[in-house]
Design a protein around this ligand. Structure first.
Ligand SMILES: *Cc1c(COP(=O)(O)O)cnc(C)c1O
Length: 233
């Protein structure tokens, strides 16, 4: 059972873990955005967490965003964090604040087309497959700039940074080299002269490894289990 004090305690614990990680490296906790990953979690529980201070929620399936959207408190920003197929862009484009998982030109083109028809500019991150894992989405590190240059040509898309789903290790310390590599790419693209993009978000770190991600420069972390408990699929 997910009761209120369980949720409140978890939120408090995650916030103090964020603060501790920030203090360790001299960063300001206010510079870290916490995205609560609500996949498989009942909308009732999600709404209670919003009442306790959650203001960003992340879902990994377009269908779930569509289903939950009318049931969730309005005062929250939605993040599309999962693999996105071109034919599903239209389901989420009018609902989400940020798409974290852009990794192919076909998706870029579809977002541009849909955004143009809505007369909106859509904020995105480029997903990097930093561990070069075959089962994970994302562009290879070496392809980030090429995709970014394509996105720059789109009038209705603004790139705000990068996202990764790092390889999983029980010992979070082992993820550090991957986060370091992400930060290097982030700094490289930040130094590029961009017309539309504004590189400021580095989305990395989950329940198991977000402290290491923060130490290495994450500005946005995505936490599910640490807030809502183990998922029941
Ligand atoms: C599920 C998920 C998370 C959160 O994972 P936890 O280990 O539960 O914190 C973060 N990012 C993405 C893309 C996810 O799919």
């Amino acid at each position: 059972m997910t009761n209120d004090s369980y949720l409140q305690d978890n939120i408090k614990t995650i916030k103090s873990r964020i603060e501790r990680a920030c203090h360790k490296v001299g960063r300001n906790p206010a510079d870290i955005t916490l995205v609560a990953v609500t996949k498989t979690i009942d909308t009732d529980i999600v709404n209670r967490s919003i009442a306790f201070g959650i203001s960003h929620i992340g879902e990994n399936k377009p269908q779930e965003i569509v289903r939950k959207y009318p049931l969730i408190e309005k005062d929250v920003d939605w993040h599309m964090i999962g693999h996105l197929q071109s034919n599903k862009v239209k389901m989420v484009i009018d609902k989400v604040k940020l798409i974290h998982s852009v990794d192919r030109l076909s998706v870029v083109n579809e977002i541009e087309k849909r955004a143009a028809s809505l007369d909106k500019v859509i904020d995105i991150l480029i997903q990097v497959n930093i561990g070069e894992e075959s089962q994970k989405s994302g562009v290879a590190a070496a392809e980030v700039k090429a995709l970014l240059e394509k996105v720059e040509q789109c009038q209705h898309i603004r790139v705000l940074g990068l996202m990764c789903l790092a390889p999983y290790f029980y010992d979070a310390e082992q993820v550090r080299p991957y986060f370091k590599k992400m930060k290097e790419i982030f700094d490289e693209i930040k130094a590029m002269p961009l017309q539309r993009g504004k590189i400021e978000i580095l989305s990395m770190g989950m329940t198991n490894d977000f402290e290491v991600a923060i130490e290495e420069g994450a500005t946005m972390i995505r936490v599910g289990t640490g807030l809502y408990g183990a998922r029941d699929y």
